[in-house]
Write a protein that binds this ligand. Sequence first.
Ligand code: SF4
Ligand code: SF4
Length: 150
Amino acid sequence: MIRFFRILSTYSPLGLIRYFRMRLMGRELLVTGSCNCCGDCCRKINLEGARGWLRSDREFADMVNDFPEYERFVVSGKDSQGFLQFSCTWLTEKGGCQNHDNRLPLCRKFPDKSLHFCGGMLPDGCGYSISEVKPFKKYLDDFTGIEGEQ
Ligand code: SF4
Ligand code: SF4
C-alpha cells in the first residue's frame, strides 16, 4: 500500500498512464544500448527529491540545503510537464564529466527506469533506449500453453 501511494505521489500523469498500461498488458521495461558519450543527459536533467520530481526553485533550494552535492546543477527551464530541468556545471565543452569518479549515483544509474514513469524520455541521439516489452517468462508461458493444447 505504501508503494502504491509513493507511485501516485511521484509519478507524473503521463508516467501513471504508462505504469497502468504496462500493468494491464503484463509488460516490463527493458533498457538496451550503450553510452556514446554525447553528454546530452547532463544538459536536460530532472531531479527527484523526497516528495517527487522537483517543480519549484524552493524545492531545489531545500534539496541543496540537505544535499550540498546537488549544488553543481543549475535550473535551465521546465519540461512540458512542468518539472524543473537542470544542466550540470561539471559538464565539459567536449561533453564529458570533469570529475567522473565523483559523479552522483543518479549519473551512474542513468538511464534509470524511473525516467519512464516521470513521463520523461531519453535525449535525442542517446545510445540507450527504454522499451515496454513482454517478459520472456510470458512468452514461455504462452508457448507452453499452446504446446499443452496440442
Ligand atoms: S544521453 Fe545517453 S548517450 Fe548521451 S551521454 Fe547520456 S547516456 Fe550517454
Ligand atoms: S556530475 Fe558529471 S555525469 Fe553527472 S550530470 Fe554532471 S557532468 Fe554529467
